[in-house]
Design a protein around this ligand. Structure first.
Ligand code: ATP
Length: 355
């Protein structure tokens, strides 16, 4: 078992900064998900930990050992790649019965029981991917490094294998760093999630903390579907109250938020509201002071228990995730309520959260 620590890790490919001053402390037995958009440096960071890339500057520790100069095969890690490539590791001597047990267990866990005797070319892409996972599992290493290991599986198998991996992690308790660009995978699998953008760490936190207290607009927009709505607005004050104002909205901030931004009154802010914090007024159980607005319905997308409603508020467009009972109709006005206690304000220049 081992902790993995990155200290100011940077990796440059000539002038391209793939990983930029990354500091991260993955606890022993933790399942940490590294998430971010394509090209943000996730794979490069993972390959540095595996020893497949030399680091440009910074330090990597596995357990208490500085591994910058340790070869991949001596790091006691198992890596699973997106494209089921093989990874160099030491052959280890185990008693036959032990090998049999581990292979049978892993095969069962991954639904490969009937396929264990097949040659690679006799397997589908998804099956090969599960074999690659199985190979990592039977080694029982100090650390698992996984780079989008589920991306070749079809949707149903992906959800199933995701659950299997979580159970596996619970059972083996092996420190795992898991790379994905899929925020649902990140939210459902990670003890903690590290969000990367442009090679830089944005925030490391539990899934719920990332969702409820995003540090900046990037994290707020990346975590959650549909994504958070962002509206350019200004802050106004009247009778001691503070309002967020756009051309078509005037919403009152709860006292707790108002206190934090009072000195910004008169200046611009970005107002952030998640689609599921907007309610159909006629179905809302409570309506806070100054939290109502009348918007125009553009398009509706029924999702089953809820419906995504695209709304226009003056020159802004926003999405609301409303109860399917809503009487909203295309092209008609709709009275909505904002759950103002759950909304966020951001600095338009730095994009850092204000409340
Ligand atoms: P994806 O999700 O698309 O795999 P990623 O977040 O894993 O993306 P990386 O593959 O780590 O991103 O790439 C980070 C940056 O480094 C990108 O700009 C990429 O073009 C660049 N890069 C990666 N590998 C190399 C390389 N061997 N030579 C030059 N540039 C590279």
């Amino acid at each position: 078992m081992a902790r993995v620590v990155l200290k100011s890790l940077s990796k440059l490919f000539r002038e391209v900064v793939a990983v930029d001053d990354l500091t991260l402390d993955v606890e022993d037995k933790e399942f940490l998900v590294l998430v971010g958009p394509s090209g943000c440096g996730k794979t490069t960071a993972l390959r540095c930990i595996a020893g497949l890339e030399d680091v440009t500057t910074g330090e990597i520790y596995i357990g208490d050992r500085l591994v910058n100069d340790v070869s991949p095969k001596d790091r006691d890690i198992a890596m699973v790649f997106q494209n089921y490539a093989l990874y160099p590791h030491k052959l280890r001597k185990f008693p036959k019965a032990e090998i049999q047990r581990r292979v049978t267990d892993a095969g069962e866990m991954l639904g490969l029981q009937g396929l264990l005797r097949r040659k690679p070319r006799e397997l589908s892409g998804g099956q090969r991917q599960r074999v690659a996972l199985g190979r990592a599992i039977v080694r029982e290493p100090k650390v698992f490094l996984m780079d989008e290991p589920l991306s070749n599986l079809d949707a149903k198998l992906r959800v199933q294998t995701r659950a299997e991996l979580i159970k596996l992690h619970r059972r083996l308790g092996i420190t795992t760093i898991y790379v994905t660009h899929d925020q649902t995978e990140a939210m459902t699998m990670g003890d903690r999630i590290a969000v990367l953008n442009d090679g830089k760490m944005q925030q490391v936190d539990s899934p719920l903390a990332l969702f409820n207290q995003p540090a900046n607009m990037f994290v707020a927009g990346f975590i959650g579907t549909p994504a958070m709505n962002f509206l350019q607005a200004t802050l106004e004050s009247e009778d001691g109250r503070v309002y967020v104002k756009t051309d078509a909205l005037r919403l009152q901030l709860p006292e707790r938020c108002a206190a934090r931004v009072r000195e910004r009154v008169g200046r611009s802010v970005v107002f952030g509201v998640r689609p599921d914090d907007i309610y159909d007024r006629s179905l809302a159980s409570q309506v806070g002071d100054g939290s109502e607005a009348t918007l125009t319905v553009d398009v509706m997308e029924p999702m089953g228990s809820t419906v995504y409603v695209y709304l226009t508020a003056g020159k802004h467009a926003l999405i609301a995730d409303l109860d399917a009972e809503t009487k909203a109709k295309d092209g008609e006005p709709l009275d909505v309520v904002f759950d103002m206690g759950k909304t966020h304000l951001f600095d338009p220049e730095t994009e850092v959260v204000l409340t």
